[in-house]
Design a protein around this ligand. Structure first.
Ligand SMILES: Nc1ncnc2c1ncn2[C@@H]1O[C@H](COP(=O)(O)OP(=O)(O)O)[C@@H](O)[C@H]1O
Ligand SMILES: O=C(O)C1=C[C@@H](OP(=O)(O)O)[C@@H](O)[C@H](O)C1
Ligand SMILES: [Mg+2]
Length: 171
């Protein structure tokens, strides 16, 4: 979900693992040469989602990479086939914490709203079942640093690998 720390924690995770770091929003902005906000304003959300899928398709082929996505990546069923190329981590933060973090933010067009708490609550509830399809769910508490969260992810990865089925061989 927006504001839970995907971009921030993803960077720390990549560094700790010696992986490369990518962010789908950053890649979209580079390809389009426009900000996420400008893309939403000029072309609308559905064109943004198409670009997002294209970028995800490319990034999903990479190895040894930590990839932060935008919170809406879960919306398109097709994106899940790309997401499942990797290990999917859901950062689950409570709405009041997200509100605290994004109160002054102007970069997320879906949050142009008079009542940030209500909008985030509705958005999170409408997506919760989708986020729940992640391989690993981490509860995000207010006082945990990005480095500490990345450490927890690294510690918990082996437990997920044990339960993740091995896809059938294509040969
Ligand atoms: N663990 C954390 N502790 C304190 N602030 C954080 C933490 N994780 C993220 N933030 C801050 O919250 C805001 C949103 O983080 P960001 O990484 O952009 O989230 P996302 O990519 O999930 O939308 C940023 O201002 C970031 O600095
Ligand atoms: O949840 C969403 O629909 C979105 C999340 C944003 O990224 P973050 O999750 O990094 O804020 C960005 O992709 C866009 O504003 C839409
Ligand atoms: Mg982000």
């Amino acid at each position: 979900m927006m504001g839970t720390g995907k971009t921030t924690v993803g960077k720390s995770l990549a560094k700790k693992l010696g992986y490369r770091f990518f962010d789908t929003d950053e890649s979209i902005e580079r390809v389009a040469n426009q900000t996420v906000r400008e893309i939403f304003e000029e072309y609308g959300e559905s064109d943004f989602r198409e670009l997002e899928t294209k970028v995800l398709a490319e990034l999903s082929t990479l190895t040894r990479s930590a990839i932060a996505t935008g919170g809406g990546i879960v919306l398109k069923p097709m994106n899940w086939s790309y997401l499942h190329q990797g290990l999917i981590i859901w950062l689950d933060a409570p709405v009041p914490l997200i509100v605290e973090r994004l109160r002054e933010d102007t970069t997320r067009p879906l949050l142009d709203t008079p009542n940030l708490t209500d909008t985030l609550t509705e958005l999170l509830e409408s997506r919760r079942n989708l986020y729940a399809q992640a391989d690993l769910r981490l509860e995000i508490e207010a006082d945990r640093t990005p480095d500490a969260i990345a450490d927890t992810i690294i510690k918990r990865i082996p437990t997920v690998l044990k339960s993740k089925p091995i896809p059938p061989s294509k040969s």
